[in-house]
Design a protein around this ligand. Structure first.
Ligand SMILES: *Cc1c(COP(=O)(O)O)cnc(C)c1O
Length: 489
């Protein structure tokens, strides 16, 4: 029997137009009236600055409606499924926001003496330990503000390590399934990225690594699971090859949502790994921040971590600046403290066993979609996937429709499109990451939407070419949108 949940998610209804506040404002409108003042007139900012400031006059309801309407033009994990591969756009429980907003935590000044902020230091100390347990890498810096920032910090640590051994290394190996930020971070640090082609299975071929690894190569950057959603099963062998030539292994842990409590990166041979707290550990993201990309390292590399780190001794918690070999600071104060608190709260509210379960469900959801859509789209690699599955648009080409058309049409069905045309190793890639927070009914609805759209592709391809049709803005001219963005209303 069909349940109502298997009907189309779709999108219909009222979308308000909304002008700019300046167009909406009317001289003399105000949010509230206050009694006549009985003190001298203060100078207005414009008198102080000597120039006219153009603020619109608005009533309270003008402002509330303005921002409410703008928020309704938006799409987020709180409004619907957001299966954006490589991004882990999962639902973030509100309890973590509430904890991070607790005044005692949120208002603690970062310059207070250690003795006055023992509670906040304990949060940071415990979080360092939780992340160490999750990665299997014992020493942690919470400072980096994003995944790419963690990568840069990791590369600085690579450089500091090699410098400490008087070893001059100029190159770094990067598989073609790495995230684009990997070669960028290595290059920012002065290393020349050397690409490694993935094998026909979509994973690293240890023989190719052995061919390229030499005494001038600082190490390798491995994303595991990689950006095809595949587990790098040869990671230990690759790590041994790199270590044998004096190199280090960087683990890009942005995909940790697939493997929490399941793999131990340290035991896999990883020396440095960043985590994306804003992907895996409950900070909403997508708008550009704030995020956090803590870096976890082996005991051997601990002296190179950024300063300060939180340590505990008989007298309590304190910030430790005593690290002469440290790469220095990479962020003011403690990094993005609010994001760190959310991750701490998320880890505590889940507990170890449920973190593992979350990863298992994330993988199960992706595997289910992969199996349900294997005859509808073309699987890029027909093997077990982890938390995301990658298709290509090969089977759609005969209808004259592309990955972009499918993605645009999904918007009409009420979904944020998956990641498209990435990873680059798959032509016309469609990369779907459902995450553990979507229930089976919602995932079934999404699968049905993709099937319905593929049916439309051969019955009425124009529906796809012109999509989206029910949104406020219709199909954009992609080139003009990028080259000549219109930023007014
Ligand atoms: C998202 C992501 C990054 C970059 O993280 P940011 O926080 O966006 O800088 C790096 N690697 C992988 C695999 C990612 O998915």
């Amino acid at each position: 029997m069909e349940t109502p949940m298997t009907e189309k998610a779709g999108a219909s209804g009222l979308i308000f137009n909304e002008p700019l506040l300046w167009e909406k404002g009317k001289k003399g409108r105000r949010a509230m009236s206050v009694p006549a003042h009985d003190v001298g007139k203060a100078k207005l900012p414009e008198e102080l600055l000597g120039e006219k400031i153009d603020f619109p006059d608005l009533s309270e309801v003008d402002v509330v409606r303005h921002y409410t309407r703008l928020s309704q033009w938006n799409f987020g994990v709180d409004s619907g499924m957001y299966p954006l591969g490589s991004c882990t756009m999962k639902y973030n429980p509100k309890i973590n926001e509430k904890i991070a907003a607790t005044p005692e935590i949120a208002a603690a000044h970062p310059m207070l003496d250690d003795i006055l902020v023992q509670g906040t230091l304990k949060i940071l100390y415990d979080l360092q330990n939780y992340l160490a347990a999750i990665t299997g890498l014992p020493a942690v810096s919470l400072q980096p503000a994003a995944g790419a920032h963690g990568e840069l910090t990791g590369m600085l640590i690579f450089a500091a390590y090699h410098r400490s051994r008087n070893s001059k290394r100029t190159k770094i190996l990067i598989p073609d399934t790495a995230h684009g930020t990997n070669p960028a971070s290595a290059a920012l640090c002065g290393y020349k990225p050397v690409p490694i082609k993935s094998s026909v299975n979509g994973i690293i071929d240890p023989e190719l690594v052995a061919e390229k690894m030499d005494d001038e190569t600082a190490g390798i950057m491995i994303t595991n699971p990689n950006t095809l959603g595949l587990f790098e099963t040869n990671i230990r062998e690759v790590a041994e090859i790199v270590h044998a030539r004096g190199g280090l292994v960087y683990g890009d842990g942005a995909n940790m949502n697939a493997v929490m409590g399941i793999i131990d990166a340290g035991k896999c041979g990883v020396d440095v790994m960043h985590l994306n707290l804003h992907k895996t550990f409950s900070t909403p993201h997508g708008g550009g921040g704030p995020g956090a990309g803590p870096v976890c390292v082996t005991e051997e590399l601990a002296p190179f971590l950024p300063v300060p780190r939180v340590v505990a001794d008989g007298e309590g918690y304190r910030l430790d600046f005593d690290a002469p070999e440290s790469v220095g600071r990479v962020h003011a104060f403690h990094g993005n403290f609010g994001v760190l608190v959310k991750a701490w709260s998320y880890i505590l509210s889940m507990g170890g066993r449920n973190l593992k379960k979350a990863s298992q469900y994330a993988v199960l959801s992706a595997a289910y979609i992969k199996e349900q859509l294997r005859d509808t789209l073309t699987l890029a690699y027909d093997r077990s996937c982890m938390h995301e599955c990658v298709f290509s648009d090969k089977s759609l080409q005969k209808y004259g429709v592309s990955t972009l058309d499918l993605a645009k049409r999904l918007i009409d069905y009420g979904y944020h499109p998956p990641t498209i045309y990435f990873p680059l190793v798959v032509a016309g890639a469609i990369m779907i990451e459902p995450t553990e927070t979507e229930c089976k009914e919602d995932i079934d609805q999404f699968i049905q939407a993709v099937k319905d759209i593929v049916k439309e592709a051969h019955e009425n391809p124009d529906l796809l070419h012109n999509a989206p049709m029910v949104t406020k803005l219709k199909r954009l001219d992609e080139t003009r949108a990028a080259r000549r963005p219109c930023l007014r209303g």
